[in-house]
Design a protein around this ligand. Structure first.
Ligand code: NAD
Ligand code: LMR
Length: 324
């Protein structure tokens, strides 16, 4: 049985995510699972309602549900931890406003994972600012493997694919090899330069470089804010969907000539990005819940400058929370 911790159990992402995990969509229809759901004490009542609904779905694979507000108890024995719970960004707030607020959560959860989770636990950070929260959790999870920590940029990848597909008038699945470089923030770099459409370089299919460097980039970079402005709440169904895509990517051998985006530990990377960051790279997996960086993708001058900017932002976030 796989024991899966999910934090922020009564939040809006989880109202989309938990049911899909329990149905077997994430780890396959043969894999029994136990859900370990962490919430703040004041939200445990609402979480109990979610647990009732999970029970009422009568999912054959869902064998056990544990709930609580103490990570030292809830994380006991888990082999996957999906860290969603955090204070979300409201209208007009930037991610940096959240940095210090949410850092405390990830200190406590990193420590608890190191103490009570399976020593091979894979940790997937979604709560924002997710790259730096992931770094904080890792830094406080002495003894756990940095290659087992990930922060989510898979939603950004899906957004970039959807925009390119719409512009080129093709199916989304015909857009491949799309990388998000760097931070899950407005400085992220959706890479149209190495992307392919129907197997051809995207820049040969969409010849409008002005669009690619302008509207395409900003639409993807600002999509999270645009959803907040429209809905008054941050994206939830699409975020849950991306969590499933991302974890499936890590537990499925990546097809030839493909890759997916995930923020992973940067130390030792082949692109010259600073060490000790969770930086989004193109990744491939053997299907064991770990991944390797796809090496040697070329950067043109435009991309290089943008990547330097997102790297600088992550260094600044790191220095603010870990050394500030
Ligand atoms: P939400 O407010 O609906 O739910 C968050 C839940 O987390 C709440 O129920 C809250 O009680 C709980 N929580 C807060 N602190 C906690 C703690 N210490 N332990 C356990 N639970 C805790 O928010 P949401 O819309 O579900 O979003 C959750 C997070 O995901 C936010 O930080 C949001 O910014 C982020 N997000 C990330 C991405 C991405 O692509 N990486 C996309 C969308 C949203
Ligand atoms: C998103 O990309 O939709 C979210 O990360 C936005 C946010 O800040 O909650």
């Amino acid at each position: 049985m796989r024991r899966i911790a999910v934090t922020g159990g009564s939040g809006q992402i989880n109202y989309n995510l938990l049911f899909r995990i329990a149905s077997g969509e994430m780890l396959g229809e043969e894999q029994p699972i136990a859900l370990h759901l962490l919430e703040l004490p004041e939200a445990l009542g609402a979480l109990e309602g979610v647990v009732m609904e999970l029970q009422d779905c009568a999912y054959p694979l869902l064998r056990e549900v544990v709930i609580g507000s103490d990570p030292m108890k809830v994380f006991s024995g888990v082999d996957l931890a999906i860290l969603v719970g955090a204070t979300p960004r409201g209208k007009g707030m930037e991610r940096s406003d959240l940095l210090k607020e949410n850092a405390k959560i990830f200190v406590a959860q990193g420590k608890a994972l190191a103490k009570v989770a399976d020593p091979e636990v894979k940790v997937f950070v979604v709560g924002n600012p997710c790259n730096t929260n992931c770094l904080i959790a890792f830094h406080h999870a002495g003894g756990l493997n940095p290659r087992h920590f990930f922060a989510m940029t898979r939603l950004d990848e899906n957004r970039a694919k959807a925009q390119l597909a719409a512009k080129a008038g093709v199916l989304v699945r015909e857009v491949t090899q799309v990388t998000i470089w760097g931070n899950h923030s407005a400085t992220q770099v959706p890479d149209f330069f190495n992307a392919r459409i129907k197997g051809k370089p995207a820049i040969e299919v969409i010849k409008d470089r002005h669009y690619l460097e302008g509207e395409f980039m900003t639409t993807v970079q600002q999509r999270g804010s645009a959803v907040i402005a429209a809905r008054g709440k941050s994206s939830a169904a699409s975020a849950a969907n991306a969590i499933l895509d991302w974890i499936k990517d890590l537990y499925t051998p990546t097809p030839a000539n493909e890759w997916f985006s995930s923020a992973i530990y940067s130390t030792g990377n082949s692109y010259g990005i600073a060490d000790d960051l969770f930086f989004s790279f193109p990744c491939r997996s053997k299907g064991d819940g770990t991944c390797e960086i796809v090496a040697g993708l070329p950067w043109d001058e435009f991309l290089r400058k943008k990547i330097e900017k997102t790297e600088a932002e992550l260094i600044q976030e790191r220095d603010e929370v870990l050394r500030g």
